[in-house]
Design a protein around this ligand. Structure first.
Ligand code: NAD
Length: 349
């Protein structure tokens, strides 16, 4: 067995249908008395409903995708003006991103209540975007202290958003399986995370209110979040950061579309590909993921989510300038070819 390093990240997880009822107790455990409740505008109604009886100092309901720096500064001002001593986020990675930005400068704790599958709640990774570029980094201060996973809160997540978000989560596991700093524990979690999501997402798309499928998907998302926080991501994530940060493409759909092509690029990582194929029950990992996405009714072409063909070369340049460690050398020409395949939505052969 190859030598490895494993560092577990300290967070408390409360999982299960109805677990949101523990929110007040969890706030108390952190000793917080002035909570800033955070959400996107779309989730604001849900959050106001959950706030009854909690020590709420204020609401921030303007979270948006990609944490643009102006909006982040506004969120920091709100936290400061209400003297918040804890951020509670209800929503997906966009909302958590704003709480992380506040925690980074103030150190106040975060309680995350994730309602998508993207996994930010389990990581020390922060990200902001400014002037068309996305900046990311790691800081232990931004790791949520407590995470409440309540599948009941995900029942209204639209099937298309659920499917794309689930594929975003699967992408973390895929890259963890061939990460330069991977380890056997992370690989077990990654394979199980892929299995749980690949198994539950088709049911969710057919019947979004299926409580068991929602539970299994959220469990898978938790595992995917842990592996995202524990292993270095590679070419796929780099491409998605470039496409999201510099071309403003939607986060989860971009992950979903690029994933099978990034996997084909990295097909020489044979052990990882075998484990992924086993987890999704397919003969071939990359085309199996593409077929799963097709079955889920997801968009398959970057052309369909706002990418311009004329921008593919710039995207390939940005993605190859300072690449993340990757099993196969990251080079401009094959990366451009990968992007062209994703642009046209070709099934990986
Ligand atoms: P999101 O937070 O943008 O949410 C997607 C949409 O779903 C939003 O409109 C939201 O209001 C809606 N929504 C959320 N929960 C809902 C529910 N229960 N019912 C109905 N609608 C609901 O999506 P996301 O994909 O989770 O987050 C994307 C962002 O998170 C990106 O900016 C990405 O960079 C960041 N991210 C960061 C990390 C990290 O570790 N730092 C990890 C993953 C994603």
């Amino acid at each position: 067995m190859k030598p490895f390093v494993f560092s577990g990240l300290p967070s408390r997880v409360v999982f299960g249908a109805g677990s949101i009822r523990a929110l007040g107790e969890e706030i108390g455990k952190l000793g917080a008395t002035r909570v800033l409740m955070m959400s996107t505008q779309g989730r604001a109604g849900m959050v106001r409903g959950l706030a009854n009886g909690l020590p709420v100092a204020g609401f921030f309901e303007d979270a948006v995708m990609h944490t643009p720096i102006d909006a982040v500064n506004h969120a920091r001002e709100v936290a400061d003006s209400v003297k918040a001593d804890c951020c509670v986020t209800v929503g997906g990675g966009s909302t958590i991103g704003f709480a992380k930005a506040i925690a980074r400068t103030t150190g106040i704790p975060i309680i995350a209540v994730p309602t998508t599958y993207s996994g930010s709640e389990m990581t020390t990774i922060w990200g902001t975007s400014e002037g068309g570029l996305k900046k990311t980094g790691r800081d232990p201060k931004v790791l949520p202290k407590t995470v409440i996973y309540d599948p009941q809160l995900t029942l209204d997540l639209p099937p298309k958003v659920s499917a794309a978000s689930g594929m975003n989560a699967i992408a973390h596991c895929v890259e963890a399986l061939y990460a330069h700093d991977g380890n056997p524990i992370v690989s077990i979690m990654a394979e199980e995370g892929i299995r749980a999501l690949a198994h539950s997402l088709p049911t969710i798309v057919r019947s979004p209110q299926d409580a068991d499928a929602r539970s299994e998907a959220l469990y898978g998302a938790w595992l995917c979040g842990i592996v995202l926080g524990s292993a270095g991501m590679a070419l796929h994530h780099k491409l998605c950061h470039v496409l999201g940060g510099s071309f403003n493409l939607p986060h989860a759909e971009t992950h979903s579309i690029v994933l099978p092509h990034a996997m084909r690029y990295n097909q020489s990582a044979t052990e990882a590909m075998q484990r992924i194929a086993r987890a999704i029950g397919a003969a071939d990992a990359a085309s199996g993921i593409y077929d799963l996405e097709k079955k889920l009714g997801l968009p398959l072409r970057l052309a369909d989510i706002g990418m311009k063909e004329a921008d593919l070369e710039r995207a390939a340049r940005l993605a190859t300038e300072a690449p993340y460690p990757n099993p196969r050398k990251v080079e401009y020409a094959p990366v451009l070819e990968l992007l062209r395949d994703a642009y046209q939505g070709r099934r990986p052969s």
